[in-house]
Design a binder for this molecule. Structure first.
Ligand code: PRP
Length: 202
């Protein structure tokens, strides 16, 4: 029998996240009073943050979504391709890019350039998490929820191999090599009801 994995640490509890998201909602509402901004969520990680942030606003806002992917061999250069583009024209609109995390800054730098070229009335970014220690490109971030250390994080939208996005707290993984070797390492522990269901149905 393999030894039990070292469990991930809770870096941010769901209550702390909710409190900070509410504050961001207040600040962004005040900044865009009467302006009906377009919130552009960058899929997939920011979907959960968008849902909570949008409901923390006191103003109306439109949503749009963009999905981009890095060319793997060129990741460090920030060369990306648009997998899903915006549905609506943002020219003349107040735009807020909604990110779950800014890490190297390469993605946000690309997004600011490509969306900025569409002549929005204003362009700003809100990110839940800022891993500032990892920044390669300095890029403006108008609102940040939390600055976090350079740890591998999961939950509240952030994944590993597509798993763990719907974990409600933000977790820091102590042993990334164990998770790389077994991507579902923490699934049974974090979702015990699912483990019981699978055992029962085998
Ligand atoms: C994450 C995050 C940002 C980007 C930040 O997306 O949502 O878009 O990485 O990294 P950077 O600052 O180093 O460029 P990811 O590529 O993991 O896609 P996902 O949101 O679909 O998980």
């Amino acid at each position: 029998m393999s030894p039990r994995p070292v469990p991930p640490n809770v870096l941010l509890r769901r209550e702390e996240i909710a409190e900070r998201v509410a504050e961001l909602g207040e600040e962004i509402s005040a900044a865009y009073a009467g302006a009906e901004p377009v919130l552009i969520a960058i899929l997939k990680g920011s979907a959960i943050f968008l849902a909570d942030l949008a409901r923390a606003l006191h103003i109306d806002a439109r949503f749009d979504f963009m999905s981009i992917s890095s060319y793997s061999s060129e990741r460090a250069t920030g060369v990306v391709r648009i997998v899903k583009d915006l549905e609506h024209d943002v020219e003349g609109r107040h735009v807020v890019i909604v990110e779950d995390i800014v890490d190297t800054g390469l993605t946000l730098n690309y997004l600011r350039k490509t969306i900025g070229a569409r002549r929005p009335r204003s362009l700003a970014t809100v990110t839940l998490l800022d891993k500032a220690a990892r920044r390669i490109l300095p890029v403006p971030v108008e609102w940040r929820g939390f600055e976090i250390p350079d740890a591998f994080v999961l939950g509240y939208g952030l994944d590993h191999q597509g798993l763990y996005r719907n974990v409600r707290d933000l977790l820091a993984v102590p042993d990334i090599s164990a998770l790389v070797a077994r991507p579902d390492l923490y699934v049974d522990e974090l979702f015990p009801a699912a483990a019981g269901g699978r055992a029962g149905s085998s």
